[in-house]
Design a protein around this ligand. Sequence first.
Ligand SMILES: N[C@@H](Cc1ccccc1)C(=O)N[C@@H](Cc1ccccc1)C(=O)O
Length: 720
Amino acid sequence: MTDEKMDETKKKTKKTAECCGFPVSIFFIVVNEFCERFSYYGMRAVLVLYFRYFLLWDDDLATSIYHAFVALCYLTPIMGAIIADSWLGKFKTIIYLSVVYAVGQVVMAVSTIHDITDTDRDGTPNNFTLHIALSMLGLILIALGTGGIKPCVAAFGGDQFQEHQSRQLNTFFSVFYLCINGGSLLSTLITPVLRAQECGIHTQQQCYPLAFGVPAALMVVSLVVFISGSGMYVKTDPEGNIIWAVCKCIGFAIKNRFRHRSSAHPKREHWMDWANEKYDKLLIAQVKMVLKVLFLYIPLPMFWTLFDQKGSRWTLQATTMSGDFRAFILQPDQMQTVNPILILTMVPIMDRIIFPLIKKCGLDFSPLKRMTVGMLFAAMAFVCAALVQIEIDKTLPDFPSSSESQLKVVNMFNSSLNVTISHKDTLLIDSLESSAGYVTLDHQEITVSLNSSGITKNFSLIAGGRQTLIIPSDPSVMYLKEDIKSKPREGRNAVRFVNGWTAVLNITNLESNLEPTVISNYSLVAQGTRKFVLSNGAQSCEFSQTFGFGSSYTFLIPSTLFSTDCKSIKAVEDIQPNSVHMALQIPQYFLITTGEVLFSVTGLQFSYSQAPKNMKSVLQAGWLCTNAVGNIIVLIVAELGKLPKQWAEYLLFASLLVAVSVIFSVMAYFYTYIDPAEVEAQIRSELGFEPEEEKKKETLEMEDKDKDQQNEQEVKQTKI
Ligand SMILES: N[C@@H](Cc1ccccc1)C(=O)N[C@@H](Cc1ccccc1)C(=O)O
């Protein structure tokens, strides 16, 4: 961006088509951004559930890999900026990296097709290594693509405007932000619905291929739209790598300072002044401005650490809640749509009502103050998340600890039974009933006595497990069956049947026929009213059951099944449905989005306004890097600081952010706002440079070919 005059000349010579005062080419860029953000946020919305329930990773691993991916997405903008500025230019960089991005999305979608390795056709992949390898390759390509084009697209949009269109340029950036949130809103609504469908060749499973396939298709559309506008764009040539020039200047100052560390050399006002021997005053002053802002960035990653957990921890939290809003059912991953909805409404409200009102009241709400308040809002959001978690924990079953075992007894015998466990606990259980709940035992070897019949049997329970003791019509063959000991996945419901009828039964939803006296394996059913048909070939009957979210039931089939037309089937609730409503997450979403508007939108504007004209890209990349570091912090905390309770982890994050916001407010207090253009003009006049000459010098420095040799010579000369 140092050769602005050249760009301006190019812009002026290229006549661009206009519509309502805007360059027509902008339309292609805005639609391209809409599709790209749809693709990115759509894929991200279902990613953590894919890790958790397709690759069967635990919560911590799923969260860690999710954040590692987001971190990579915000580290790659540096690479994109370097490629665009020093080699390919923005246009070609966007095209090439979009191809990489689209390929990544396709690879990711392919990795989610369970049928490709489901050789035994049981509905689960048989070669997890292949699925993991493909999805990791896909994610790396996506991160290279999305991060690489991120600093280029908005800047390329800005390049399309001519000098007389500065008002339209401002509108463009607002529309651009709305497009980001419009695209992400649609995709976070749609992809979870696609994911919740059932699809497959051999077995019907959650439709991850569709949920990842649609974002892949949108990325291809994004690329096609961008290429279609090709003939209309103002394309500027690579301008020289400013990031590299800044690094070289800083590196030289440090090296030179180190060489002159003895007390014989007088101190300089600022350590960057040690670059004076090689770099001109203007570049050094610009680097100083950038460093001042970068220093302020140090505490910022903590905000992103909390902000980006919306997509991981908060989505997992929603899976333990009820999404029944009566008029519609909300999937856990769809809760994230609350963020773009609030952004679309809050940005105009803040800009037009709240900020002007604060100004009217005579209060100074400077950008850095807004950012501090934004951090405090995010911290409050996590306090809310902790409170919601405490409510959820109250409704969760008491699962056994690793040294305990839990036992439930089901009586399929034709009369009531007195069941004594280890000569201690006696349970009176009616026919076709179960014990009231699970009995928790601190030992595993047990004796079960059926008092009326005199039958006694020894069993060995699973430590840390939940089991059901089935007493069939012939009690002497009573047996144990292992139960689930966590909430069923994705808010679904686990159901199983005990066949008390006299012959084999075929039951819809079950994989195979059910032998008499046997208990089936679990099958998962979605929320809503589900119909089950039971048949033995000759006769059949059906019954319906309404399910909520995250429950588990054992259905007891009596010997009188067909004579009572399925009405005598008993439902035993093993795990109660989620009862805390997802609407309780809305306050935390509201607070974090208010935080985002105050922090992220203001931070972006601040980074722009405080950066010298030719170094806006440096600060853009720096700003996105704070997001990357934030995600790395989540990784570290999730891996190292495993807290026993989720609510405690939320409170830990909230307190860390409050502490960081205090540090940030102190740093902000000492920051003086500058007008980079004014500072630059002052230095130019001090140097007595004509702007043109000065710019040429700067460009020369950046394209400096014999950097190190020259550097050495100059240092030697200074010494002499
Ligand atoms: N509000 C977000 C979009 C979003 C949508 C759905 C779920 C979560 C987030 C937004 O506007 N993002 C912008 C700005 C941004 C935010 C964080 C890190 C980098 C950039 C975007 O460009 O994606």
